[in-house]
Ligand binder design. Structure first.
Ligand SMILES: Cc1ncc(COP(=O)(O)O)c(C=O)c1O
Length: 399
């Protein structure tokens, strides 16, 4: 009887077979608001010093949002350059038809990679004379100039020329005939620390060192070589960090790395993490939930099983520490987060059903859950939360 009812009006043959036929919102997904990226870029640009350009940092698939969507909307908002971490990320953007200058922020050190970079019109970050010589040879071979940015280390101890050798090396490189130095930059290590405006802070010392080096080199083509230092935090600190361009990631996605920012700057999160309720069960008092039985019900409890887990990028150490939103109400997640699923206590809710959508990150009504909150609770940084979301979560653009 029951089965007959379920089968009524169901055309079994009409249903598709292929992966591309699966509804992207069938299980768990990330909604990306391109318009929010555009608005954030526009707003952030109003804070820049005159003629300072905006590089949108879209590495790691646009911080997990979808690099194509982010690039398109960041450009609409006025970004004039894009920053990626890898050759592959840059090539992908070119294949999507992105025409703006693209800087590869990671290091390319083989002839092969640098040739590929050149052929795709991607500017590499150069940290040594050796890399620069390879670029010069490539440029010479093709009878062109290889556009690149030089990086100098001012305190991050990651990529970049050593600061005490930079001036001497720059004076040699500037005579390389087949390279075109499009930019000189450095990277701040601690601009999001509370003491960043303190004159003795690492951030201020980095800025002073960078300025000192720039004063020592004979900056020929002064108006063409872009000087840049600031990430989101540096950009928001003050205009001393702006130079000719800022490289902005986190704040463009809608989150401030600083505890305090300009009240007029209303950044809008562009990412919403949503999930379907796959199952509902009622358990009696004293019943354990999930691996390890870390949660035991203190009363008769209604549980929703959500189709998302740590294999999708939700940190397992958030187990029992987060809420999920449905129709402007918060529901606590209970028990260990498993690889593909997690349980939520929905006792008292009559409206949540199998197939209902719940919000893990983002807003619903006046409730908001931010990656900043997840980062704090899981003892990490929001950058890591955003970049951890796996490809298993379809990215769905909504505007
Ligand atoms: C070299 C470089 N510049 C800029 C950024 C953007 O940083 P943020 O996301 O803090 O704005 C990054 C990100 O890690 C980076 O590695």
């Amino acid at each position: 009887m029951q089965i007959r009812r379920i089968n009524q009006g169901f055309n079994f043959d009409k249903y598709p077979t292929f992966k591309q036929d699966i509804d992207p919102k069938q299980r768990a997904w990330i909604e990306v608001k391109g318009k929010a990226i555009e608005t954030n870029v526009r707003q952030l640009r109003t804070k820049l010093s005159e003629n300072c350009q905006f590089m949108a940092v879209v590495k790691a698939d646009g911080y997990g949002h979808d690099a194509k969507v982010v690039s398109d909307y960041a450009i609409k908002g006025g970004a004039s350059q894009l920053g990626v971490a890898t050759l592959n990320e840059g090539i992908k953007l070119r294949s999507f038809g992105v025409k703006k200058p693209i800087l590869v922020l990671g290091n390319l050190y083989t002839k092969r990679d640098l040739i590929i970079s050149f052929k795709n019109d991607l500017m590499p970050t150069i940290s040594s004379i050796r890399e620069c010589l390879i670029c010069n040879n490539i440029g010479k071979h093709f009878g062109l100039k290889f556009s690149l940015h030089l990086k100098v280390d001012t305190g991050m101890s990651r990529l970049g020329f050593e600061s005490n050798k930079f001036v001497e090396q720059f004076e040699k490189i500037k005579f390389f005939e087949n390279v075109s130095i499009e930019g000189i930059y450095s990277h701040l290590s601690s601009a999001d620390e509370d003491n960043a405006l303190d004159p003795k802070s690492i951030t201020q010392l980095q800025r002073l060192k960078f300025n000192e080096l720039l004063n020592q080199i004979n900056l020929y083509r002064k108006n063409e070589i872009k000087i840049h230092l600031a990430n989101s935090a540096g950009m928001l600190l003050n205009k001393d960090f702006h130079f000719h361009m800022v490289r902005v990631g986190l704040s463009m996605y809608g989150y401030s790395p600083l505890a305090k920012i300009d009240e007029n700057l209303l950044l809008k999160p562009a990412l919403f993490l949503k999930v379907k309720v796959a199952f509902i069960r009622i358990i009696e008092q004293g019943v354990s939930v999930s691996y390890g039985g870390k949660f035991v019900s203190s009363r008769k409890t209604k549980l929703a099983v959500l189709s998302i887990g740590y294999a999708d990028g939700v940190p397992r150490n958030l187990s029992g520490k987060i809420n999920v939103i449905h129709n402007n109400k918060l529901y606590p997640q209970v028990g260990s987060i498993t690889m593909d699923q997690m349980m939520v206590d929905i006792t008292g809710s009559k409206e949540i059903r199998i197939g209902s959508t719940m919000v893990l990150l983002g807003s619903d009504g006046d409730k908001t859950i931010s990656p900043l909150e997840w980062a704090r609770k899981s003892n990490t940084i929001p950058w890591e939360i955003l970049c951890s979301f796996k490809n298993r979560l379809p990215r769905v653009q909504v505007d």
